[in-house]
Design a protein around this ligand. Sequence first.
Ligand code: FAD
Length: 117
Amino acid sequence: KLGNETLKAELGRAAWKVFHTTLARFPDKPKKDESEALRSYIHLFQRLYPCGDCATHFGELLKKFPPQVSSRSAAAVWGCHVHNQVNERLKKPTFDCSKIGDFYDCGCADDEKDEKK
Ligand code: FAD
């Protein structure tokens, strides 16, 4: 069956949105268990990514650039960097990772504050 570039691109945009927003909401000071959860999530995101070709390429990137899970900013900048690697391969413009800080807003209430009571 032929691939469909329009659908592949749509999937990619949706997936990157969830991916970067997840990293943007990761704790600043994660517990060990939270860092391990993020590491697993990233590896499973790669392993189960629906476009097989994309998943294979992304797997090579994860080997070259292992997930950074020590803090929110480390994770967000790492995510930006690996997306830029994909952009480069697809000849797309590079994103300025110094601007990643408030680009991905989940639109959710501040649940950290709620938890503090
Ligand atoms: P996208 O790359 O989808 O980006 C969406 C938006 O994110 C951009 O408009 C911009 O606002 C923002 N953005 C751009 N760069 C960054 C960055 N570095 N950090 C943060 N935000 C950024 N497609 C293929 O054809 N072949 C592949 O091998 C392939 N591999 C992929 C692997 C993965 C893991 C994923 C998630 C997608 C892959 N895709 C692949 C899809 C591809 O990356 C794009 O999503 C798709 O081509 C649509 O591109 P786009 O120009 O709309 O922008």
